[in-house]
Design a binder for this molecule. Structure first.
Ligand code: ADP
Ligand code: MG
Length: 190
C-alpha cells in the first residue's frame, strides 16, 4: 500500500444518515475527484469520532483509483518528515519537490498536538508549496477560529488558512462520536 492509509475505509461504507448536516452535493462532487487535477483542497472539520479520518481515507482511495497518487500521514507525521528533510542541506526544498508527484496529500488530525515555532514554520512551507500546485486534504478537530492555538501564532494561522481556503471545499461534521454511539447501542441492545 503506497498511499500509507492506516486502515481501509471506503466512501461506500460511510453512512451519511449519521451526518444530517453534511452537504451531500459537496460530498458527491468530491467523490468524482475532479478537485485533484485542479489542485483544490478539502478541509474536514469536526469533533472526535464523527468520521473525518474515514472520509479522508475514502476520498484518498477514490483519488488513487482515478490515477492520482495520494499519500496519507498525520499532521505530526508530516512535520517529522519535513523536519528530517530540513536537517539535510537543501533537503526541505528537495522533499517538497519530491512530494509534487503525489497529487493529493492527506494531513490527518491537525490540532490534537500543538506545534512549536519550527514545526509551524515547516508546516506553513508545505501549505505554501502546495498552493495552486497540488491538493491537500486536512482534517482538524478545531474550527479555523482556533487554529492560532495550533501554531501558537494567529498571523501564521491566518496566512495558512488564507492559502488553504482560496480553492477549497470545507465540510463540517458534527454529532455524537461514532465510537461512543456504537458502544452505547451495543450496551442498550444487550
Ligand atoms: P474522526 O477522524 O472524526 O475522529 P473516524 O473517521 O476515525 O473519526 O471515525 C471513528 C470510527 O467510526 C471509524 O471506525 C469510522 O469508520 C467510523 N465512522 C464514523 N462515522 C461513520 C459513518 N458516518 N458511517 C460509518 N462509519 C463511521
Ligand atoms: Mg481521525
Amino acid at each position: 500500500q503506497t498511499a500509507k492509509f492506516p486502515a481501509i475505509k471506503t466512501l461506500e461504507d460511510f453512512n451519511t444518515d449519521y451526518q444530517p448536516g453534511l452537504r451531500r452535493d459537496v460530498l458527491a462532487h468530491l467523490q468524482n475527484t475532479s478537485f485533484v487535477p485542479k489542485a483544490e483542497n478539502v478541509i474536514l472539520l469536526g469533533p472526535p469520532g464523527v468520521g473525518k479520518t474515514h472520509l479522508g481515507i475514502g476520498l484518498g482511495i477514490k483519488a488513487c483509483q482515478a490515477g492520482y497518487p495520494a499519500l496519507f500521514d498525520t499532521a505530526a507525521g508530516w512535520v517529522n518528515r519535513l523536519s528530517d528533510a530540513h536537517q539535510r542541506h537543501g533537503g526541505l526544498d528537495q522533499e517538497l519537490k519530491r512530494l509534487r508527484r503525489y497529487r493529493l496529500l492527506i494531513i490527518d488530525e491537525l490540532g490534537y498536538l500543538p506545534f512549536d515555532a519550527d514545526a509551524a514554520n515547516l508546516f506553513f512551507q508545505l501549505v505554501a508549496a502546495r498552493y495552486e500546485q497540488g491538493s491537500l486534504l486536512i482534517t482538524s478537530n478545531l474550527s479555523f477560529g482556533r487554529w492560532g492555538e495550533i501554531f501558537s501564532d494567529d498571523t501564521v494561522a491566518a496566512a495558512m488558512i488564507d492559502r488553504l481556503v482560496h480553492h477549497a471545499e470545507v465540510l463540517t461534521l458534527d454529532g455524537e462520536s461514532y465510537r461512543t454511539r456504537s458502544r452505547r447501542e451495543l450496551i442498550e441492545t444487550t
